[in-house]
Structure formats: structure tokens, C-alpha cells
Design a protein around this ligand. Structure first.
Ligand SMILES: *Cc1c(COP(=O)(O)O)cnc(C)c1O
Length: 221
């Protein structure tokens, strides 16, 4: 068995214990690497550039579920909306409304996760915690007919401080539990996307049910 296969099997074994799902983050990696995991039965892959996602989705098998995990610009939403499986990083109301509009044009409903700003860094995208009440409380249902918010996504601070990471994940899980209790016509929670190669073990302990793992599976970028 090659290295990729054995790492994949190890991660799957860990995830099976909590029934968490795996998105294999294949950004910057060639299609041959994706096919390596595809041939092991894996179908969920994550990309963070629209152009790269379009090229790979054209070249690769149609039963792959493509996850968009990057920052999405509104004017590019229409390019991925027709086929994307889940958009993880919705970080503004404006973007959510645009995705909805394009989804209706494409005659489908698009599943989205709201990215929440939990990290210390200024640079990370996402809704501020204070803005979530508006989104789940009194948004205009007519503007969101093309989307279903399936949950939340977050990235912890890039740090060696494991306790800080844990606290940030705890905070996200708390928010997830709060908004999961009040489904709306535009939301119906089942997905908490948190954890990457360096911190997915902590994320699972704190209640993640979907991890996004790149470098562990495909090597450093
Ligand atoms: C790149 C990326 C990942 C995967 O990171 P690794 O450290 O390679 O596992 C996960 N989530 C997002 C949003 C990313 O951009």
C-alpha cells in the first residue's frame, strides 16, 4: 500500500469513531493525486480557487462532490453554482444573496456553510459572531430561496497554542448548537466544518463533523 493510501486509511479510522466526514483538500495538486484517493473510493474534494475547480471538475469523474472552501467573490459565484456540492466559506450576506440568485437561475438549491471569524488573526474572512443573529433571525427569506445554510465553518488561529485552538473550536461549536436549534426556511443545520491537517484531532474532540484535510493526504504544498 502506498503512503497516501495508508494515511487515508488511518484518517478514515479516526473519523469513523465520531462519524465525521472528510473533505480531501486537493488545491494546487494535480488530478492524478485526486484520482489516487478516488480509486480508494473517496468522493469529497475541496478546492479554493474557482478557475482551478472548474478545470478539475471538467477533467475528473462526474460523481465527485466538489466543496468550495476558499473566499468566493460574488461575481464568480455563477461559475460554480451549477455543480458545486457545498460552499464552505460564505462570509457575507451579500455573497449569500448572490449565490441564492444564481442558484435560482441554475434551477437548484445550493448548500452553504457560514464562515465564522473565530481566529485571532485580522486577515481571516468570516462573519463576526455579532452578525449571526441577523442572519438567522430576521433575514429576508425572499432573497435566500436558492440556498440552504447547512451549518458553520471556521478556521482556528495558526498557532502552536493548542489551548487557544481548542477554545476557538469550542466557541464555534457553541454557536453551531445555538443556531441548529432554530431552523429557518433558509437554514437546516447538519454540518460543522472545522479542523485541518494540524488541528483536526482537536476539532473532532470539540464536536466537528466534517474536517478539511490537505497536506496530510497530499503532501506539503
Ligand atoms: C488549505 C485549506 C485547508 C487544508 O489545509 P491543510 O493544512 O493542508 O490540511 C482546509 N481548509 C481551508 C479553508 C483551506 O484553505
Amino acid at each position: 500500500m502506498d503512503i497516501q493510501a495508508s494515511v487515508f486509511n488511518d484518517i478514515k479510522t479516526i473519523l469513523d469513531k465520531t462519524k465525521a466526514r472528510l473533505v480531501a483538500v486537493s488545491k494546487t495538486k494535480p488530478t492524478a493525486d485526486i484520482m489516487g484517493l478516488y480509486d480508494l473510493g473517496h468522493r469529497d474534494f475541496g478546492e479554493n480557487y474557482v478557475q482551478e475547480l472548474l478545470e478539475k471538475s471538467k477533467a475528473l469523474p462526474k460523481d465527485i462532490r466538489w466543496h468550495y472552501i476558499g473566499h468566493l467573490q460574488g461575481n464568480k459565484a455563477k461559475m460554480i453554482v451549477p455543480f458545486v456540492f457545498l460552499i464552505h466559506g460564505v462570509d457575507s450576506m451579500k455573497l449569500l444573496v448572490e449565490i441564492s440568485k444564481q442558484a435560482l437561475k441554475a434551477e437548484r438549491k445550493v448548500d452553504c456553510l457560514i464562515q465564522v471569524h473565530i481566529a485571532k488573526e485580522e486577515t481571516k474572512f468570516g462573519f463576526d459572531v455579532e452578525a449571526l443573529d441577523g442572519l438567522f433571525g430576521d433575514a429576508d427569506a425572499n432573497l435566500l430561496k436558492g440556498v440552504k445554510i447547512k451549518g458553520l465553518m471556521g478556521m482556528a488561529t495558526a498557532t502552536d497554542d493548542r489551548q487557544l485552538i481548542r477554545n476557538e473550536f469550542k466557541q464555534l461549536k457553541k454557536l453551531y448548537d445555538r443556531y441548529a436549534r432554530y431552523p429557518t426556511p433558509w437554514s437546516d443545520f447538519n454540518t460543522l466544518s472545522m479542523g485541518m491537517s494540524s488541528d483536526y484531532d482537536i476539532a473532532l474532540e470539540e464536536g466537528s463533523n466534517l474536517v478539511r484535510i490537505g497536506s496530510l493526504l497530499f503532501g506539503n504544498r
